[in-house]
Design a protein around this ligand. Structure first.
Ligand code: FES
Length: 385
C-alpha cells in the first residue's frame, strides 16, 4: 500500500556538530568530525522559508551545541518571524544571561537544558568538563527567571539510573515544569558504548517505580511538574513507531545541509540529498531516500502480514540497520523478529557491564579513530537520488 505523503510538520535544524562537551551517548554520527562545512546563516534562512511553505510549524535548534553558532539569535528571530514555534535544545554550555535575554527578544519560545547527572562529579565526568554542572544549574535558574517553560532533560543510563530520586529532587529544586527522564536510546555514540550504558531490567523497573512514586508525591503537594519516563527499546517487546513513520512528519537538516528523515539515519548506506543542491520540496516528496521506507511495500513478509504494521511501521529503520545490517528487516526489538535474540543478548550482557573508564567519549579524536574502523564494516552506499 502506498501511503499519502504527509507534511514535514517538525523541522530539526542541527546547526553544528561542534560541542564543548563529549557525552558518550551523543546521538550525533560517529564520523561527525569529517563534516565541517556548516550551512551559512543565509542558507538556513532558505531552509526555513521552504520548510514553512511546505507546512512545517515546529522548529528545533539542536547540534552539537547550537549555542556555538554566533548567529543563533539571528536564526531564531528569522524563524520566529516566519511563524515557527521555536525550541532550543542545549547543554547550557555557552549560555549567559545576556544570551538568554537576547534569545527571548528574538522570539525563542522554549529552552530545553540537558544534565548528565544530579551529582556534580558524575555530571562533569560524563560531560568531560569541570564546570558543566555549575553552568547548567545556574543557567536553568536564569531560564526560569526569564519565564521560559522550564524543561530539563536527563539521559538515563547505568551510570546515573540508581540516582533517579536525586535527579528528580534536583528538578524540583530548579522548579522544572517538565522533566524528561529518557533512558538512553542506542544510536550514534550510545550504540558504540552500549555495554557500559545499558541498565539492567531491575534498574529500569526500580527507576520507573520511583518515578511513579514521585508523580504521586508531586500531585499530592500540588506542584506543577510533569515527569516523562521513557523506557528504552531494549526492554520492550513491541517496536516503537519510530519518528512516527519514516518521512511522515519529521525532517532533519544536518549541519552540512544533508536532509534526513531522522537524525540517526546518516549512518545508513543511503545517499541522502543536500539542501544546497536540491529544493526541500523535491527532497521531501520525490527523493529515493525519503520514499524508501514510506508505505509498506518495502516490508519483509513477516511485517507485511502483521496486524500491528499500521501502528508501528515495523519499528525503527536505523535500529534494524545497526543490529542486522539491513534496514529493511523488522526492528529486532519486535518479539517476532528472527533477530530478537540480539536484544536478549544485550539484556544479558547488561548484567556484566564494561567499566566507566572504557566508555568511548564523543570527541574529534575518537570520531576519527572509530570512523576508520567502521568504514571496514559498513556496506557501500546503495540508494542514491
Ligand atoms: Fe532513525 Fe528510528 S532512529 S528511523
Amino acid at each position: 500500500m502506498t501511503a499519502p505523503v504527509g507534511l514535514p510538520l517538525w523541522l530539526l535544524a542541527e546547526l553544528t556538530y561542534r560541542c564543548p562537551l563529549q557525552c558518550p551517548y551523543c546521538s550525533n554520527p560517529i564520523d561527525y568530525a569529517q563534516y565541517k562545512e556548516e550551512l551559512t546563516t543565509g542558507e538556513w534562512f532558505a531552509v526555513f522559508d521552504q520548510a514553512r511553505q511546505m507546512g512545517a510549524v515546529q522548529l528545533g535548534f539542536s547540534g552539537g551545541e547550537p549555542l556555538v553558532r554566533q548567529d543563533l539569535e539571528e536564526l531564531v528571530a528569522y524563524a520566529h518571524k516566519q511563524g515557527f514555534y521555536t525550541n532550543l535544545i542545549t547543554s547550557g554550555m555557552g549560555l549567559t544571561e545576556a544570551r538568554i535575554a537576547s534569545l527571548k527578544d528574538a522570539g525563542l519560545q522554549h529552552i530545553q537544558i540537558s544534565f548528565q547527572a544530579s551529582d556534580p562529579t558524575v555530571n562533569n565526568l560524563l560531560a568531560g568538563s569541570k564546570h558543566a554542572f555549575e553552568q547548567k544549574y545556574e543557567m536553568s535558574r536564569l531560564v526560569k527567571q526569564y519565564d521560559y517553560p522550564m524543561v530539563l532533560n536527563f539521559v538515563i543510563h547505568r551510570q546515573n539510573i540508581d540516582q533517579i530520586d536525586q535527579i528528580i529532587e534536583l528538578c524540583l529544586e530548579l522548579e522544572a515544569d517538565t522533566v524528561e527522564l529518557a533512558i538512553c536510546q542506542f544510536y550514534g555514540w550510545a550504540f558504540e558504548n552500549i555495554e557500559g550504558l545499558l541498565p539492567t531490567k531491575e534498574q529500569v523497573v526500580r527507576a520507573e517505580r520511583i518515578t511513579n512514586e514521585y508523580r504521586k508525591k508531586i500531585e499530592d503537594r500540588g506542584i506543577k511538574c510533569k515527569l516523562i519516563f521513557v523506557v528504552p527499546d531494549y526492554y520492550e517487546e513491541r517496536p516503537k513507531p519510530c519518528m512516527d513513520g519514516w518521512g511522515k512528519i519529521f525532517l532533519t537538516v544536518a549541519p552540512d545541509g544533508t536532509a534526513l528523515p531522522c537524525h540517526a539515519a546518516r549512518q545508513m548506506p543511503i545517499e541522502f540529498p543536500n539542501v544546497r543542491q536540491t529544493p526541500l520540496k523535491d527532497i521531501w516528496y520525490d527523493s529515493a531516500s525519503f520514499n524508501q521506507f514510506r508505505g509498506d511495500e518495502w516490508m519483509p513478509d513477516m511485517c507485511q502480514s502483521c496486524p500491528d504494521k499500521e501502528r508501528d511501521y515495523g519499528g525503527c529503520r536505523c535500529q534494524a540497520f545497526m543490529l542486522t545490517g539491513d534496514a529493511k528487516n523488522a526492528d529486532p526489538v519486535c518479539g517476532k523478529s528472527p533477530y530478537h535474540y540480539l536484544i536478549e543478548e544485550a539484556r544479558i550482557n547488561s548484567e556484566t557491564p564494561t567499566p566507566f573508564e572504557e566508555l568511548r567519549f564523543r570527541n574529534p579524536k575518537n570520531s576519527k579513530l572509530l570512523s576508520i574502523s567502521q568504514e571496514q564494516l559498513i556496506p557501500t552506499r546503495t540508494v542514491t537520488d
